[in-house]
Design a protein around this ligand. Structure first.
Ligand code: SF4
Length: 467
């Protein structure tokens, strides 16, 4: 079973509360894994002049996005001259239609997949199943959650919400390993099972971390070698690549591959890097007969047209902003209700899903700014969260209670005497005693202590003269 239904991005508040109150093991697993990732990232950044690298990465991506049409057409020409077939997909349906034709023409029964968030966004597995094709995830984390019928919980570590014991129990049930198997034994069992799938598959599917325009090179980073097998063993390879992944030159890959790995896992570079330009040449022994590169828009052009939100398109999907986010660490990724979770998910959702569907997620943040501090391409995430919140208010999509509260504050602030009386009444209210019984505050007060009011109000202090 590979297709799954995401809950709903609008249900974030309830889903987050459910995780926090009833699934402490998820909190523990996510918190532990993200802290480990982030500690590794810190060390990897400290080993280089990370500020200079991040400035460079921001500038290259900004330049490429500013000339997107030019670089995409250049990439198309280069890919075609290498023998690859390029498809342009405005929507998810257009992208999936490429699979329809290939499955029909080649009689495909099994597809092996490398890890790809874009293929999650497009719901590729569900579509393949509808065509009668058996999709097999080959990244270990993706393989685990596919066996469980769950969506990924993290951009880089899809199964980080699972503990070792969860995996032991799952593999015991599905692959027959002992209940106390060590991690090496579990990985070996997955490797043995997947080896047969690689050999049997007719179709290999991947994403694309970067697309170098000058040479038509799809660059892929991984740690397990499964992407390399997925893209070279089956006779047909399809790479789904977001249009924002283009960079001008092959030489740019050297910087991006290293910076992305450092931001994601703290590695100087991924264990495996695949640079794919086309199908197997006559003098080569390995590689597919056909390579199809699907350039996917699916809402990205709409995001690009937004004067501020376009900066989110620089994202290299490293997951560093998830790892440091105090909100994501508490809830994990499933609460966000769609493919991309954490801070990057919160700024992509209103743009890619539409304001109405995605507006809840920009509120799933404390605006602490930690995400912007770690982002390798310097996306101003807190500013974009506020940008979407403003758009929500302009569209009348802000929560009713918040709107009423803001209106009441504005009305009182225009009347100094009323403001003084109201402020004094609030200062004297015994919040610690009554807060948990007020519907609007009960959720907040369950987890926090009420602040103690100052003995004198600010206005009184002001009148007395503040030193
Ligand atoms: S927004 Fe920045 S930190 Fe977050 S996933 Fe994208 S590139 Fe990484």
């Amino acid at each position: 079973m590979s297709g799954y239904d995401w809950p709903d991005p609008g249900g974030y508040r309830a889903a987050a509360a459910e995780t926090i109150r009833h699934h402490p093991a998820v909190r523990d697993a996510v918190g532990s894994a993200t802290r480990t990732f982030d500690a590794s990232r810190q060390a990897a950044y400290a080993a280089i002049d990370s500020d200079a690298w991040r400035d460079w990465a921001r500038d290259v991506k900004t330049h490429a996005l500013g000339r997107l049409d030019e670089y995409l057409l250049q990439a198309e020409r280069a890919l075609e001259s290498n023998g690859a077939v390029v498809h342009w997909a405005e929507t998810a349906g257009d992208a999936l239609a490429v699979l329809d034709e290939l499955v029909e023409r080649h009689g495909i029964e099994t597809a092996v997949k490398g890890k790809s968030m874009l293929s999650e966004e497009l719901q590729v597995n569900r579509h393949l199943e509808g065509l009668g094709v058996r999709p097999v995830e080959t990244d270990l984390g993706e393989y685990i959650i596919q066996l469980l019928g769950e969506p990924p919980s993290h951009i880089v570590g899809p199964a980080i919400h699972k503990s070792l014991d969860d995996c032991r129990e799952l593999f015991h049930r599905r692959l027959g390993t002992p209940l106390d198997a060590d991690p090496d034994r579990l990985a070996g069992a997955a490797r043995d099972a997947l080896r047969q799938e690689f050999l049997a598959a007719d179709l290999g599917i991947s994403g694309g971390n970067f697309l170098a325009a000058d040479t038509g090179t799809v660059a892929l980073i991984e740690n397990e070698g499964n992407i390399r097998l997925s893209t070279s063993l089956p006779r047909v390879h399809v790479a789904f690549v977001g249009i924002e992944k283009v960079v001008p030159r092959f030489g740019d890959l050297a910087g991006f591959l290293q910076l992305t790995a450092r931001a994601a896992t703290g590695q100087p570079i991924g264990n495996f890097v695949s640079l794919i330009q086309g199908p197997r040449r006559d003098d080569e022994t390995d590689g597919p007969d056909e390579v199809h590169v699907v350039l996917v828009d699916n809402g990205r052009t709409r995001l690009f047209d937004d004067d501020e939100a376009w900066e989110a398109l620089r994202c290299v999907r490293c997951g560093a902003c998830l790892n440091i986010c105090p909100v994501y660490r508490q809830t994990g990724g499933h609460a966000y209700g769609w493919t991309y979770s954490g801070p990057i998910g919160a700024i992509l959702a209103p743009g890619l899903l539409g304001l109405e569907e995605g507006i809840t997620l920009p509120h799933a943040s404390s605006l602490c700014g930690a995400c912007a501090d770690v982002c390798p391409v310097r996306i101003p995430i807190p500013e974009l969260l506020l940008h979407w919140r403003e758009k929500g208010v302009e569209a009348g999509l802000d929560p009713r209670a918040e709107r009423m509260g803001s209106s009441a504050y504005a009305a009182a602030a225009r009347r100094p005497r009323l403001f003084g009386v109201a402020a004094e009444a609030l200062r004297r209210t015994p919040w610690a005693a009554i807060g948990t019984s007020l519907p609007i505050l009960s959720g907040w007060m369950q987890e926090r202590a009420a602040p103690r009011p100052s003995p004198k109000s600010f206005r009184t202090l002001w009148k007395e003269g503040i030193e």
